[in-house]
Design a protein around this ligand. Sequence first.
Ligand code: EPU
Length: 338
Amino acid sequence: MNIIENYSLSRLNTFGLDIKARAFCEVAAESEMIGIAGTQKWKGKPKFILGGGSNILFTHDLNALCIHNLIKGINKIREDEEYVWVKSGGGEAWHQLVIYCVENNYGGVENLSLIPGSVGAAPIQNIGAYGVELKETFSELEAIHLETGEKKIFSAADCRFGYRDSIFKREFKNQYAITSITLRLHKNPGFNTSYGAIEQELKAMDVQTPTVASISQAVINIRRSKLPDPAVIGNCGSFFKNPEVPEDKYSELKKIYPDLVGYKTTQGKIKLAAGWLIESCGWKGKKSGNVGMHTQQALVLVNYGGASGKELFDHALQVQQSVLGKFDVFLEMEVNIL
Ligand code: EPU
């Protein structure tokens, strides 16, 4: 295994930050992941799994062995009348897996088209978009414990999925490398077009009967029109989670701010649109030095070029403070801060 000391991660994080990892290696097979876990030199020392680098803000150099998961392969492993099970290596790009499903007309992940990042990272934050979350098609994942090298299979229940949340952000944070995930997809899909923007886009595309492919295309069109492409402008998608508040808090705010955007959750709370709160505080499209909240979507923190991790983080703190000051609502950061 080739371990390189003092390695720049600038190409490997979508904020484009030039930070260095104390050591770095690439892993292309499960056996290599087990090998790395057993390496004597790194026993008991910090290890960090890097996927697409699209949900991390590095505020300093990484004092750890950074393991870049490049385990590939997408295969149909089982099927019955209704479903097909597709297994993908954790090092695949998430959108490659979506393309595979769309091309084969397997339904369930078309609303999750064009999300940046790797397959192995997808369950960590239970990726979601346009009314759908990963957990709805998730079957199981395989993971290697980074200290013992032991392989473990996690069912959906084991992962304890929540809104942008799982056990891998909590008890098992940085403890496992996710080497594969298996999805259970529909052969005769029903569609989720409940999100207003999808319906509008399908109309604009002149689609009468939606298909896996047309919904995927609609989502791609919406994302391209709103969200900055990380290959062009440094960002990590939504920087904050949409906060949930009790109904009485929502009613109180709605009286003062009639335009406030919120949606009822199944737990009887109201999920507020953080983008709206941030925009109302005047941050949308406002540039401060090298950073700012995006012009089309105020929830996305962007690096206009040359920003440091600290500059981005300080900006996020200012936004968080101002939303708290104006609305008494705390915005939790969705991106991992290191
Ligand atoms: N809004 C504003 N101003 C803004 C942005 C949004 O007023 O600058 C309001 C609008 O009323 C809009 C509503 O917020 O109708 C919702 O906006 P949008 O549809 O863009 O979705 P979001 O809630 O801001 C979430 C996810 C996105 C996901 C979209 C679509 C989170 C933290 N973010 O954003 O996920 O693509 O819904 O489902 O839940 C990501 O996690 O990185 C991500 C991009």
